[in-house]
Design a protein around this ligand. Sequence first.
Ligand SMILES: Cc1ncc(COP(=O)(O)O)c(CN[C@@H](CS)C(=O)O)c1O
Length: 409
Amino acid sequence: LESLDVGAIREQFPILQREFDGQQVVYLDNAATTQTPDQVVDAMSDYYRQTNANVHRGIHHLSQEASIAYEEAHDRVADFINADGREEVIFTKNTTEGENLIAYSWGLNELEPGDEVVLTEMEHHASLVTWQQIGERTGADVKYIQVDETGRLDMDHARELITDDTAIVSAVHVSNTLGTVNPVSELTDLAHEHGALSFIDGAQAVPNRPVDVKEIDADFYAFSGHKMAGPTGIGVLYGKQDLLEAMEPYLYGGGMIRKVTFEDSTWGDLPWKFEPGTPPIAEAVGLHEAVDWLEEIGMERIQAHEEEIAAYAYEQLAAEEDVEIYGPEPGPDRGGLVSFNLEGVHAHDLASIMNDHTVAVRAGDHCTQPLHDKLGVPASTRASFYVYNTREEVDKLVDALEDARELFA
Ligand SMILES: Cc1ncc(COP(=O)(O)O)c(CN[C@@H](CS)C(=O)O)c1O
């Protein structure tokens, strides 16, 4: 694979030139949100300047143009993840809303006492808290596939836990805390063998590696625009068409109906049935442009670059005797992020010292509190990488450790 021209890529992100206290920003918090290239910002600005109108309602030129742009964004995303078409691509606000859509629209109507929802111990709160609540309301039991000492899923435990009582398996594709890449095709096959559905949380996968939802054969798959060089305010829920056709919406209003009388209402076609009210139109234009931008670079090259930088960070940090790293060693089982702790220094203090060096990392539980409880730590510091990061930036992260030791250890 030809390596990325990181210099040329960085020139498309003015924010990466910013300085604080005379030091250029080192942005290593991409699992929280990625930066937005000029091409995407310009596409959204042009939309507001030239095309802005509401969709699916007006019969005037601008509304027709806006409607086409909104619909074609669905087609582009469908092509990007290898969905069958726009009918399988629902635009949401973010990954969290996509997970809630499945829980409310399918879970509340399908789950009953005796059913089981199988998660993993590394799930993000967007999934874990949602299924916990749905379990409480429906009487379904929530169970967790164990994470082993290497930070990988214990697949023997998965095979034991997924049974004919399992109604759905809900698993993260790439952990936002451990970096672990989970065997989502195997988990989906296990679910299907027992007549269960599979929901895959792809927030940390679609931006970073090629994802083919048909190859995984997931029934549902969710991700966010802002984590893939796109805007905030838009996410995607992929669902198999026959399942989405059978599901009742849980948000109602204009745009999602076919016919309304004083007595009753009927629902519109997919995906509009699940998109009530005025949708994120400019954001859809931005997401379309982000997909084009990513594919111009190539997802395989993006994955290779991220994993090379993450492997370098892992090795530099692992060489520090007082650093504990969580998750698998670099390789096919680790994505483009590294979470760690520096002995004797709380993650928040470490992140604060990093910030003194203008190194932007995340510290805390990364919305995976149960996982941190299992790791036996209250928090961790996480460096997460994207197409514009360099080895020199990793060196600045490692250099800042010394200050933290002097101040806190
Ligand atoms: C695996 C996973 N699943 C769901 C979400 C939620 O994405 P939203 O776009 O916020 O809805 C995230 C977002 N994780 C951010 C914010 S906690 C992080 O710093 O790790 C995620 O990583």
